[in-house]
Design a protein around this ligand. Structure first.
Ligand code: 13P
Ligand code: SF4
Length: 313
């Protein structure tokens, strides 16, 4: 009872401060339910990038992980962008440090790489890339890449190999992975499928090949909503981060969503996404901290490949 009342008060305070600060709250589909419920927009990396670009608010409060808030800052240099917890990082982004990529490109100058970077990377990596993609548009971005160039796809090898399967385009892949999505295994998904034989398996492309093979649909978190909405099925096994289930249940209350289990857990949580809480969101709105900043030279270089992605029709 007490917790509920506190949650309610906190949510009201967040909404009051949001108006006072002329802020917009953007939240990723993996955020905790209390944050999704007070956000102006909840979506995937692609939808959030467009919203950040279109925003005319004085302050963008980005409830997601660091690279997402950083992307919002890159396309909104004149606005204040805040992230409730600066420690909300990403194992996938960490798997490709900018200096390692610069060194690799230097050593392989003969390959004349066209670098496609998944948005889950730092501003420094974006600055070294030709174009950015998200899981929602990676196929389209690769299809539009110059035919006479070798492609280097960074940092997610699983998304990269899925895109190769979809497009038939050969690419060199950076060996990064998301620590959450690789926890789903052939065994863990097969076991839950035996319990719910009629439920289609919907998996994120950051999952391994073995899991993607078992999936009825492989797509970005936003496309999961439209797939489940348009499918005649009533129950779905969702192989992605657990926050997604709140969004799905809210949008499709008459359908059933079963979290895809990992080998050791009934569902998968991203410890970085879960660092943001409603309390930290309230504090961030109150103090307008922690703020995302970066050197202008990096911001400018990182902006071009993001704009190329956003302008791709
Ligand atoms: P989406 O762009 O599909 O929301 O994925 C982002 C992400 O971090 C997946 O782990
Ligand atoms: Fe990064 Fe994986 Fe968390 Fe997504 S789920 S933010 S890729 S660590």
């Amino acid at each position: 009872m007490v917790a509920l009342k506190e949650g309610y008060d906190l949510a009201s305070e967040v909404l009051r401060l949001k108006v006072e600060r002329k802020a917009v709250i953007l939240a990723h589909n993996y955020q905790v339910p209390e944050i999704q419920d007070v956000a102006d927009f909840v979506g995937d990396s692609l939808g959030l990038s467009y919203r950040a670009k279109e925003s005319d608010a004085d302050v963008i409060v980005f409830c997601g992980v660091h690279f997402m808030a950083e992307t919002a800052k890159i396309v909104n240099p004149g606005r204040k962008v805040i992230l409730p917890d600066l420690e909300a990082g990403c194992s996938l982004a960490d798997s490709c440090p900018a200096d390692h990529l610069a060194d690799f490109l230097n050593r392989h100058r003969d390959r004349n790489y066209y670098v496609i970077a998944y948005i889950n990377c730092s501003a420094g990596v974006k600055a070294l890339s030709d174009i950015i993609c998200t899981s929602g548009n990676a196929v389209k971005v690769v299809q539009a890449a110059p035919k006479d160039r070798n492609i280097l796809f960074v940092p997610d090898q699983n998304l990269g190999s899925w895109v190769m399967e979809q497009t038939g385009r050969k690419m060199d892949l950076w060996r990064g992975a998301c620590y959450v999505h690789v926890e789903f295994t052939q065994n863990s998904i097969q076991r839950i499928r035996e319990v719910y034989p009629d439920a289609p398996v919907v998996a994120h492309p950051e999952c391994t090949y073995a899991v993607r093979l078992l999936a009825d649909e492989v797509c970005s978190t936003e496309k999961m909503v439209s797939y489940c909405r348009n499918s005649p099925a009533n129950s779905f096994i969702i192989a992605t981060e657990s926050g997604m289930l709140h969004r799905l249940k809210k949008e499709l209350p008459d359908k059933e969503f079963i979290p895809g289990p990992t080998e050791n857990c009934a569902c998968a949580d991203c410890r970085f996404m879960k660092r943001n809480t409603l309390e930290k969101l309230r504090d961030a709105l109150e103090t307008l901290q922690p703020e995302i900043t970066m050197p202008e030279s990096i911001r400018k270089q990182a902006e071009l490949p993001i704009l190329r992605m956003l302008e791709l029709k």
